[in-house]
Design a protein around this ligand. Structure first.
Ligand SMILES: *Cc1c(COP(=O)(O)O)cnc(C)c1O
Length: 385
């Protein structure tokens, strides 16, 4: 692994947080139990609404939502192509077909109602909004569109823990929202995920399917609440374990502070980039009528390069300066996994994906580290026209 001076993301834990994990190992109970239940309650309370179901990872969260909604063969789900592979894979694994729609614009890289509406057909059952980079995008308009067409809105909120629009948490606008606690996400457990929903029928079905479709879990049997179980339907093993739930509960306490620090660093990037020709923030904080009501968790900080800039040269220059970069994302509709011969082009997604570069952002990033990134960006923008 190269020794980056400024890695794309980084995690740090306090002694107390690590102790919460080691205490759990000492307690003698590891699989889904009271600590998972506690994490779910704290998580739901932090979002202000709904019932939370903890799972093994964010992909499992999306799969569980698709399964609980009974999506299957013949059904179509409209989603952006500009997302992580898991968003579309969850649809495919349910048996349904992903239908990709374009993003609103080059500095508004999220799904929008007109593109979704054009993609809706007789077989459409659901829409997935991805809160790209943490920005809620057009989630309010998409939830209205879903209601108007009798479709389920699913939120892939993997980037957006702590984001909100009009005071309402991202993840709570649709039928269900999925979160990820992967090692580079805003709340990092290594692996882990959560579903949130206000629909009790959906959450009870998700609890059932999360653990093999069993009528009673191991903890209930351990504590003598239940003696046996019935297998009610074929399910999954999508459970979270106790040590990660213990850590997750601790990390929830500092999430708001971590996200505030991310927002400050993002604002400093935006300010400094005004002076750099050929590079602008891809998620603009300006020009949206409703921007004042939006809180962005700033999971990542993507740039948009001028179309004349050589992106590979730009990224290599930053790498040589010790700055790690990434691309979020290569479009799924052009990937071997999801492309089909008759797939329509998505011009804005394709242009955006050619021109975007993600630069480092994490809460304990120092001023010196951010200065190094900005210096390298300004130099590279001059060298690779
Ligand atoms: C991380 C991520 C996921 C998947 O989460 P895992 O916990 O890694 O399974 C899904 N969608 C998006 C947009 C993500 O960034």
């Amino acid at each position: 692994m190269p020794d980056w001076l400024v890695p794309l993301s980084d995690v740090r834990f306090t002694a107390a947080e690590i102790e919460a994990v080691t205490d759990t190992y000492r307690s003698g109970w590891l699989s889904q139990g009271p600590k998972v239940a506690g994490f779910e309650r704290a998580f739901a309370a932090s979002l202000g609404d709904g019932d939370a179901v903890a799972v093994a990872n964010g992909t499992a969260a999306l799969q569980l939502i698709c399964a609980a909604l009974r999506l299957g063969p013949g059904d179509e789900v409209v989603l952006p192509s500009l997302t992580f592979a898991a968003t579309a894979a969850a649809v495919v694994h349910s048996g349904a077909t992903p239908v990709f729609a374009d993003i609103r614009g080059l500095t508004e890289p999220w799904l929008f109602a007109a593109a979704v509406e054009a993609a809706i057909g007789d077989r459409t059952r659901a829409i997935i909004n991805v809160a790209y980079g943490g920005h809620p995008g057009d989630v309010v308009a998409l939830s209205e569109l879903a209601d108007a067409h009798g479709l389920a809105l699913i939120e892939d909120a993997a980037h957006a823990l702590g984001s909100s629009a009009g005071g309402q948490a991202v993840g709570t606008f649709g039928r269900a929202g999925a979160f990820s606690f992967f090692a580079n996400k805003n709340l990092a457990l290594g692996e882990g995920g959560m579903v949130i929903s206000t629909d009790p029928e959906l959450t009870s079905r998700m609890r059932l399917l999360r653990s093999h479709g069993l009528s009673a879990d191991t903890w209930a049997r351990h504590t003598g609440q239940q003696r046996g179980y019935e297998v009610l339907e074929p399910g999954f093993n999508f459970r979270m374990d106790e040590p990660r739930a213990a850590l997750g509960t601790m990390l929830l306490d500092r999430l708001a502070g971590d996200n505030r620090r991310r927002a400050e660093l993002a604002a400093a990037y935006v300010e400094a980039l005004r002076a750099v020709d050929g590079v602008e923030p891809a998620i603009s904080a300006h020009g949206h009528a409703d921007e004042a009501s939006i809180q962005n968790a700033w999971h990542i900080f993507p740039l948009l390069l001028d179309s004349a800039l050589d992106r590979d040269g730009f990224r290599s220059y930053l790498a040589e300066a010790g700055v790690q970069t990434s691309v979020h994302y290569r479009p799924l509709h052009q990937s071997p996994a999801f492309t089909t011969p008759d797939m329509a082009p998505l011009p804005i997604t394709e242009a955006y994906a050619r021109r975007t570069v993600t630069v480092p952002l994490f809460p304990h990033m120092t001023e010196a580290q951010q200065g190094r990134v900005l210096d390298a960006v300004a130099d590279a923008a001059k060298r690779f026209p």
